[in-house]
Design a protein around this ligand. Structure first.
Ligand code: FES
Length: 303
């Protein structure tokens, strides 16, 4: 087989996983526990259908750590594959990530071959078998450098020193990747939470933000809005003169709730809440989080 045969696959898989990981790190919704687009909501949804639902439920209790492991895992896998650095280890990581996505996110896709994750899992296997074989392999170059050093000075100390440098290079690249990613996450999260960069976040202390015109919310209806700190919420108008608002996060494990007309239902474990946010069916035990609102000059605003 030509040594170039696996290069297109390496470039595609490496580029795709690097892109996927960076997209998650840069997405402000990804680690937001109340966002339906966040990793927490996706895990809670997947836990109800996945064959490894118990494991997914456990990891959903630690959504930030799990989300960061997934995102940085994809970046590390992508970089390792593109650079040809410990390619077999990178391919194993890519295979396990794709397999876990198949067992969770894509598990309900029918027929199975329409889900991309099982195809990605299969696509990693040639690289898993071939390892560092092929062109542009950083590991191969490092090994060749070690061999040259051993030939010119074949003392065990020289060889061990070169081995150590190989490991140091790998560790340095991994640490730099983690540090850069961490800095991006920190900057992204600071941008969304820095009180100098955005309005105050605690309900009741933010400057009023218009949610909707009174006339645009029919009695008995609900409308979705975003609080000043970026959380999803629902505004209800149970009677002509009454407006109520609640965060759209279930108080059981944070899954996004959906309005039912008379209240709310959580699709993850079927908790229900009435129009006052009180629990009418478990497993949730706490009422929905109230968002204070008021009416000023014909506009419903946060209080
Ligand atoms: S997250 Fe479990 S019922 Fe809502």
């Amino acid at each position: 087989m030509s040594p170039w045969a696996l290069l297109p696959l390496r470039v595609f898989l490496g580029g795709t996983f690097l892109y996927a990981g960076l997209s998650k790190i840069l997405d402000s919704h990804y680690l937001d526990h109340t966002s339906p687009l966040g990793v927490h909501a996706q895990m809670l949804n997947a836990a109800t259908t996945s064959p490894i639902g118990a494991l997914v439920s456990f990891t959903a209790e630690h959504p930030t750590v799990t989300g960061l492991v997934i995102a940085f895992g994809e970046v590390a896998v992508g970089l390792g594959t593109l650079l040809g650095l410990f390619t077999r280890v990178a391919a194993l990581g890519g295979f396990l990530l794709a397999l876990s996505f198949f067992l969770t996110v894509s598990w309900t896709t029918r027929p199975y071959y329409l889900g991309a994750d099982i195809v990605f899992a299969a696509a990693w296997t040639p690289l898993l078998i071939a390892g560092d074989a092929g062109p542009f392999s950083t590991t191969d170059r490092l090994r060749a450098a070690i061999r040259r050093r051993r030939q010119t000075n074949p003392t065990p100390e020289q060889g061990n020193g070169a081995e150590r440098r190989t490991l140091l290079w790998g560790g340095l690249i991994a640490a730099t990747t983690a540090a850069l990613g961490g800095a991006v996450v920190a900057l992204t999260r600071r941008t969304t939470t820095d009180p100098k960069a955005s309005p105050p976040t605690a309900p009741g202390t933010a400057s009023p933000t218009v949610i909707a015109a009174v006339a645009s919310v029919a009695v008995g209806s609900s409308t979705r809005f975003t609080t000043p700190n970026g959380s999803a919420a629902y505004l209800l108008r149970p009677s002509t003169d009454t407006f109520l608002a609640f965060l759209a996060a279930c108080t059981h494990q944070g899954c996004p709730i959906t309005p039912t007309g008379s209240g709310f239902r959580c699709p993850c474990h079927s908790s229900t809440f009435d129009g006052d946010g009180q629990v009418t069916g478990g497993p949730a035990t706490k009422p929905l989080t109230n968002v204070p609102v008021q009416v000023i000059d014909g506009q419903v605003t946060t209080a």
